[in-house]
Design a protein around this ligand. Structure first.
Ligand code: FMN
Length: 173
């Protein structure tokens, strides 16, 4: 099994918690946990299998030119690596009941950047089991990564991650 780089941010909170769960389920020896805040394109080049983890806290933050979120800098690094031999998958934290019109939008923002650089993106998920009205993380009826809602459905996280990892293994990881 090729080593997987789990790139995630922010460093504390639900994204970090899910990064740990993913690592445990893959097997710690098969993964490196990498904080996006402390990383650059040089770290991306080390892995053929990459998982990217993000939370959604509003597009205003995302589009800001200030380096005030962990992803502000790292999102630009995604454009700089050669994706031709890599598999990549995205997971996103969100709150479907408080932000039903923007549930896990962050998944969509990363997907859009990766699509521009022709990355092979795997790990798309069905929308069954979630309640929301709109999301930039959905295209053609599917989530463009794994949505996790630790605010409302924490009891489903382990099962969702396990199922997703099985799927990633079938899709090339
Ligand atoms: C200020 C703020 C804005 C948020 N905006 C959204 C949003 O637009 N869509 C969404 O799905 N969740 C939104 N959330 C919920 C977070 O994404 C969710 O709580 C997530 O688990 C936080 O993960 P973290 O602790 O790793 O940052 C927001 C939370 C906060 C505090």
């Amino acid at each position: 099994m090729k080593k997987t780089g789990i790139f995630y941010g922010p460093a504390k909170g639900s994204v970090a918690k899910v990064a740990e769960i993913i690592s445990n389920k893959f097997g710690k020896e098969n993964c490196d946990l990498v904080l996006v805040k402390e990383s650059s394109v040089n770290d991306l080049t080390k892995y053929d299998n990459i998982i990217l983890g993000i939370s959604t806290i509003g597009k205003a933050n995302w589009n800001s030119y200030h380096k005030d979120t962990d992803w502000d800098f790292f999102i630009n690094e995604l454009d700089k690596t050669d994706w031709s031999k890599k598999n990549v998958a995205i997971y996103g934290l969100g709150d479907q009941f408080s932000y039903p019109d923007n549930f896990v939008d962050g998944i969509g923002w990363i997907y859009e950047r990766l699509q521009k650089v022709n990355a092979k993106i795997v790990g798309l998920c069905e929308t069954d089991g979630y309640e929301f009205t709109d999301s930039e993380g959905v295209k053609d009826g599917k989530f463009l990564g794994l949505p996790i809602d630790e605010d409302n459905q924490p009891e489903l996280t382990e099962m969702r991650v396990s199922k997703w990892i099985d799927q990633l293994k079938k899709e090339g990881f």
